[in-house]
Design a protein around this ligand. Structure first.
Ligand code: CA
Length: 420
């Protein structure tokens, strides 16, 4: 969901807790100055934490959690105010995609990934056979999520989720995840004290939230426990299992950079628009370098992460599989480029429009409000640039005879202000 990608990074920050397979380590830079929080959001819960916990205990026991599991997991647990703060922050500034990619696909990470791929060659081979998922993609996600198991978060997941269930903005999310976490403990995969993760409950080397864990985590090293914290075999196989379920096709590329012809219709750059590769070729789209790395019959979409002046990509169903892991164009692109870079690729021919400042959250809200005032229906005025906002931007761009790429820039915002 991050296409005209100024929004993309911000959007991921906002939705991370819900979608949550995000590598929260990478998000710290987008949680810069928290915006003001309304009185309603500051409201204290009506009951004490102990009262809430006792009520939840009854629900958990009714849902099949044993009293012993519950009481052990909750021993000494108090709300964590840092979780509340993180949950309520609405970042005003986000990094542009080129800065995000610079750290996500850094030379150090590429080097580490190549080393990890060699070290784990035997298990990755078995994973490819068992799940049909290419090793580079699995290792790239490992690098993105936890820096190859080095950064898994440091918070007690029961405490974080109990805090979110008690006083978070989405208490239902917290409660569902907490119940799922208690099931994991009861199943014997990990003791509560070792269940470590991010403030939003993303756990271990794969940064799975508990419901995702219960659906996709596997025991690949055969010790009887799905240990995504301590076992890289389990973590890598769990990631592969997730990608397989999301439709990964072994041996197929995630996508590749392309060049667009003069006069191209940029409004075709939407994930909702899919065409056979051959059709894009007919329209003059060409690989930016080398030969076509994909089946001409493959159904692909065009992505312009920074508008028409930045690099363009055709992306396949494997890109969509990565998006299911974390619904962010920047993230999926980083995983794809990182995977390519392990094999010596991953360099881009196009240049990012680095002179463009990113719109702040307030400016994105102003942009949407102005579009709304013009009757262009950008959807909710929430600072999140989604498909509706892009469509509204395109409609405005057409009225002023500009390339309709749907990408919000400071120049576009100025033009909108002047036009009103
Ligand atoms: Ca295991």
């Amino acid at each position: 969901m991050r296409k005209p990608v100024s929004s993309v990074v911000g959007q991921r920050c906002l939705l991370a807790a819900v979608l949550s397979l995000a590598s929260f380590g990478l998000l710290t830079s987008c949680t810069e100055p928290p915006a003001k929080i309304s009185e309603a959001e500051h409201a204290q819960p009506a009951q004490s934490f102990a009262q809430w916990r006792d009520g939840f205990r009854t629900q958990a026991l009714a849902a099949g959690i044993s009293a012993q599991t519950f009481d052990r997991a909750f021993q000494g647990i108090e709300p964590d105010e840092s979780v509340v703060t993180a949950d309520r922050s609405q970042p005003e500034f986000s990094r542009p995609i080129w800065q995000y990619l610079e750290s996500a696909v850094s030379p150090a990470r590429v080097h580490n990934g190549q080393g990890r791929t060699l070290e784990n060659a035997e298990v990755l081979q078995r994973i490819e056979i068992t799940y049909g998922v290419d090793r580079e993609a699995v290792v790239a996600i490992w690098g993105m999520e936890s820096n190859f198991g080095q950064q898994m978060g440091s918070k007690n997941v029961i405490r974080s989720l109990a805090t979110l269930a008690y006083e978070g903005r989405r208490p239902d999310f917290g409660r569902d995840q907490l119940l799922a976490a208690l099931r994991i403990i009861q199943h014997g995969d990990v003791p509560a004290s070792n269940m470590i993760g991010s403030w939003a409950g993303a756990m271990g080397q794969t940064q799975f939230i508990p419901t995702t864990y219960n659906q996709y985590a596997v025991d690949f090293d055969g010790d009887g426990r799905r240990d995504i914290w301590g076992s890289s075999s389990d973590a890598l196989a769990s990631t592969a299992n997730y990608l397989k379920t999301s439709g990964w096709q072994r041996g197929q590329t995630w996508g590749f950079e392309v060049r667009l012809p003069q006069g191209f219709d940029y409004s075709l750059a939407e994930m909702s628009i899919r065409k056979p590769m051959a059709e894009w070729l007919r329209q003059g789209v060409r690989p930016a370098s080398g030969t076509l790395p994909s089946d001409p019959q493959a159904s692909v979409s065009l992505v312009l992460p920074a508008g028409y002046r930045g690099p363009a990509f055709l992306v396949t169903d494997n890109f969509r599989a990565i998006l299911k892991y974390n619904n962010s164009t920047s993230y999926a692109l980083a995983v794809g480029l990182l995977a390519d870079s392990f094999k010596g690729g991953g360099q881009l021919a196009g240049r990012w429009p680095v002179q463009d400042a990113q719109l702040s959250r307030s400016e994105r809200i102003e942009l949407q409000q102005t579009l709304t005032d013009r009757g262009l229906a950008p959807g909710a005025v929430d600072g999140i640039i989604g498909a509706n906002t892009r469509k509204a931007i395109r409609a405005f761009q057409q009225t002023i005879d500009q390339p309709a790429d749907g990408y919000p820039t400071p120049a576009l915002l100025r033009q909108l202000r002047n036009a009103n």
